[in-house]
Design a protein around this ligand. Structure first.
Ligand code: CMP
Length: 148
């Protein structure tokens, strides 16, 4: 069955036009349908709210600053098993782990640091619903699924 996921190209990758173009092409090459796509800039409080579950972690402040540091691009992507496929394409969160275990992955190829790691993807059906709503409050998931 078709599944939706929320994918983000983070400010480090959007800052480089060739990289955002390459990532867009990677999405298309991997049989995702782009359901929605928009460019946006977060205020610091958007960043804090989105990553609230990490507020106790040592990297929270730098993550919040980074994610509100410039433009990014959010996608709603559809595919069977979209959540897992997008996460496989990204590779592990930590760049050096990504380079070691999945050298062909997006984060291995383009990631700068564990924070500036190019992309985000929902990690479960529940987080996909939450994150789609966070980025695209007007998008109605149930309605979209019924039409498919
Ligand atoms: P993301 O998939 O957006 O989810 C949480 C983010 O926190 C993650 O990608 C990284 O950008 C950041 N992050 C996770 N772990 C670390 C870490 N160990 N050090 C720095 N940043 C991290």
């Amino acid at each position: 069955a078709l599944q939706l996921t929320l994918a983000v190209i983070k400010p480090d990758a959007i800052a480089h036009p060739l990289m955002s173009e390459a990532l867009h092409q990677t999405i298309l090459d991997n049989n995702f349908a782009i359901v929605r796509c928009k460019d946006l800039v977060w205020r610091k409080q958007d960043s804090e709210r989105f990553y609230a579950e990490h507020s106790d972690r040592f990297f929270y402040q730098r993550l919040v600053e980074f994610m509100s540091s410039g433009p990014m691009r959010a996608y709603i992507l559809a595919r069977e098993d979209a959540i897992r496929h997008w996460r496989d394409l990204m590779g592990p969160t930590k760049v050096f782990q990504a380079r070691y275990t999945s050298p062909a992955s997006i984060r291995a190829r383009f990631g700068l640091t564990d924070t500036r790691n190019t992309t985000h993807g929902s990690d479960s059906i529940e987080s996909a619903l939450r994150e789609i709503h966070f980025f695209f409050p007007d998008f109605n998931v149930e309605q979209w699924i019924e039409k498919e």
